[in-house]
Ligand binder design. Structure first.
Ligand SMILES: Cc1cc2nc3c(=O)[nH]c(=O)nc-3n(C[C@H](O)[C@H](O)[C@H](O)COP(=O)(O)O)c2cc1C
Length: 387
């Protein structure tokens, strides 16, 4: 499976084309809209999310509610486009007013590096694409992958475990369904109601101070059959693909599996998961400290991945930068921005992980048809149980 995305933040629309889905998979626009709406929520989001009400148009690859195996094209309109038709239009213009040229790079953004790389003297040409608005269609593609995983009995959920240094102290949950349900009703997608209030306060304080805060999100996956991925080559390792998926999300700077960086501080006996065997269940681990991945492959235990999001770089409290034309120092002021997007980023991470898992599965198993793919996954689970 592969996909590309296209679209600028204030362009007419965002687009993704997905290829490699099995034929016969049920897919409705509402499956995708549900995930798009989740990405727009969260305490700390700015005005742009009030302007946009993201919904998808499926323009190819699906007929009468099922995939055809031809490329699936998804389009999300930018409602804000109506205010930007001249500034972002495809037609040439000499009107400097219309161009709204940006010569002041914002610290922490792609502006300066992107301008240097592509030779843009107008950094709008960079920021329109480097904006996290693009994660809208990444979520759309991930929602399609999530649908495929659900057909295979694989569930993906996420929660926020830390914002601005405030940690969730609730680590346990009854089931992945209850994790999803509780966090869906939390304005910061947190399991811990005490931490939730403190996180919301921290976001409000950051906003009042003209600042921003980051955090940590955790993605949980249940039902992955063992042996997906491979140890034989660097680019077939499932953990490396998952790590890349997380760090590819705007503002994500780190990734952990299972107990993660704690492994550096503990002896091996407290890190590795002992292997057990029982009739019916087959091989399994007594603990899941390594987060469901060993040797670049799934173990069959839940996959646990955490991603670290830096504070949003656009600050109402200005940071110093230098104009690329005048070379004069200035302090960057802003138009509008989120003060914390960690809850929304949890949804992006969840969908980015769903994509990688679905891609790894369709690469490894015969995936032209959904019915045969379902059977292959069931066979793999049965094989592992009886191994
Ligand atoms: C869901 C989401 C929303 C974001 N919203 C903003 C925002 O409103 N303002 C901002 O400056 N950065 C925002 N970011 C982060 C920037 O897009 C990102 O930091 C920037 O493109 C530079 O990329 P890098 O941080 O990966 O190096 C957001 C990121 C995500 C995942």
């Amino acid at each position: 499976m592969r996909y590309l995305t296209a679209g600028e933040s204030h362009g007419p629309q965002l687009t993704t084309i997905i290829e490699g889905l099995p034929a016969g998979m049920p897919l409705l626009a509402e499956d995708i809209d549900k995930e798009l709406a989740r990405r727009q929520k969260g305490h700390g989001r700015g005005r742009r999310m009030q302007i946009e009400k993201d919904t998808v148009h499926i323009t190819s690859g699906v007929r009468h509610g099922a995939t055809l195996a031809s490329p699936v094209a998804l389009v999300v309109q930018n409602d804000d486009w109506k205010h930007w038709t001249k500034i972002m239009g495809a037609e040439p213009t000499d009107d400097e007013e219309v161009k709204r040229v940006i010569t002041r790079p914002r610290p922490g953004h792609a502006d300066l590096n992107g301008a240097l790389k592509y030779g843009h003297r107008d950094m709008r040409n960079v920021l329109e694409r480097s904006s996290a608005r693009e994660t809208t269609v990444r979520v759309a593609a991930g929602a399609v992958a999530k649908k495929l995983l659900s057909c295979l009995g694989i569930k993906v959920a996420s929660h926020v475990v830390e914002i601005g240094g405030i940690k969730s102290e609730v680590k346990a949950y009854d089931s992945i369904e209850s994790l999803a349900e509780i966090t869906e009703n939390s304005p910061v997608r947190c399991l811990d109601p005490v931490a939730e209030k403190k996180m919301m306060q921290a976001i409000d304080d950051a906003k009042a101070n003209g600042d921003s805060i980051g955090g940590i999100v955790e993605v949980v996956v249940e039902g992955m059959p063992p042996g997906v991925g491979s140890y034989v080559h660097y680019d077939r390792k499932l953990d490396s693909k998952l790590a890349a998926a997380i760090v590819s999300i705007n503002a994500f700077k780190g990734v952990e599996f299972g107990i993660g960086f704690e492994a550096a501080r503990k002896p091996g006996s407290e890190v590795h998961d002992e292997i057990e065997w029982s009739e019916g269940e087959g091989f399994h681990r007594s603990t899941n400290r390594l987060g469901g991945l060993e040797g670049g492959m799934s173990t069959g235990m839940p996959i646990i991945i955490r991603g670290v999001m830096k504070p949003i770089p656009t600050l109402y409290k200005p940071l110093q930068s230098v104009d690329i034309d005048s070379k004069e120092a200035f302090t960057a002021s802003i138009e509008r921005s989120d003060s914390c997007a960690v809850p929304a980023a949890a949804v992006v991470a969840e969908n980015a992980i769903a994509w990688e898992l679905a891609a790894a599965i369709t690469e490894q198993f015969y995936a032209d048809r959904l019915d045969t793919l379902i059977k292959s996954i069931e066979d793999q689970r049965a094989y592992a149980r009886e191994f």
